[in-house]
Design a protein around this ligand. Structure first.
Ligand code: ADP
Ligand code: MG
Length: 267
């Protein structure tokens, strides 16, 4: 691995782990209609290979902004983002497109499938962009659709599928090019409770099997059951980062927090 690009790990305990994403002092300021919003304020974050990390925080706290930074979909106003030790600000548009296509799989709240394409065609599309042989892409597409539990619906268009089925297709699509990272922004927000829980459990299992890192922005506390670590974010800043095994004792307090937030004006 290239050892020159990223600075050394901040803590001894982290040195034993392989960092796949590193945000260094990342800020993002939006200027809109004369109004300035500090969506992210000096965020430092290391995400390790193979872990399932939840970015948790109320609406407007900066989760999607961080998601966009880590996913190379937007650039920080200040600070740096490294993916596999590559500073993504230093990439030209061609290199960035390659990184997005080959290294990162994206999952969105609204599934974002192409409505005119079948489930199979949606899953094959990123492989076409990556110049995968068409027969191989089709075989892998079918295999992935089987893995997410909807192999029998490969010829259906999104309009004929439930939300849960569409999100399964989106997960298969995200894994199509064997990415290092899967980024999921509120993947359960448009699903009912049980479907949402089934989907993220499946995502966790699939990614654990193949060693893919998952970073999921959410305000859904069900995520706490399956993630390895949680980053709590508020008003664009990291409040704290916790290991899953240290969460249990606090969960009652978080639930209380959330009830207050849901009832209040939010942030
Ligand atoms: P979350 O995903 O946690 O709900 P966001 O990252 O979407 O939060 O938003 C963080 C803050 O940045 C909010 O105050 C939001 O209104 C603002 N914001 C997000 N995107 C834009 C944008 N494109 N232009 C202006 N303000 C934005
Ligand atoms: Mg959001």
């Amino acid at each position: 691995m290239n050892e020159t690009a990223a600075p050394p790990h901040p803590a001894d305990s982290d040195m034993r782990r392989d960092t796949v994403v590193r945000a260094l002092d990342v800020s993002r300021v939006y200027e809109l209609g004369g109004e300035t919003t500090h969506a992210l304020r000096s965020v430092d974050l290391d995400i390790f290979r193979g872990e399932y990390m939840a970015i948790m925080g109320p609406s407007g706290s900066g989760k999607s902004t961080l998601f966009n930074m880590i996913g190379g979909l937007d650039k920080p106003t200040a600070g740096m983002v490294f993916i596999d030790e590559v500073d993504i600000a230093a990439l030209d548009s061609f290199e960035l497109a390659w990184l997005r296509c080959r290294k990162i799989g994206y999952i969105f709240q609204s599934f974002n499938l192409l409505p005119m394409l079948t489930a199979m065609e949606n899953v094959v599309m990123p492989m076409t962009f990556a110049n995968t042989d068409p027969d191989e892409a089709r075989d892998r597409g079918y295999d992935l659709l089987q893995k997410v539990g909807i192999g029998d619906r490969w010829s259906h268009r999104p309009g004929r599928m439930s939300g849960g089925q569409q999100q399964r297709v989106a997960i298969a699509r995200a894994l199509a090019n064997e990415p290092a990272i899967v980024l999921a922004d509120e993947p359960t927000a448009n699903l009912d409770l049980k479907t949402g829980a089934d989907i993220i459990t499946m995502l966790k299992q699939l990614c654990a099997e193949i060693g893919v890192t998952v970073i999921s922005a959410t305000h859904d506390h069900k995520m706490l059951d399956i993630c390895d670590r949680v980053v709590w974010i508020r008003d664009g800043a990291i409040e704290r980062i916790e290991l899953r095994e240290n969460l249990d004792i606090h969960v009652g307090v978080f639930e209380e927090d959330r009830t207050n937030e849901d009832e209040g004006a939010g942030t």
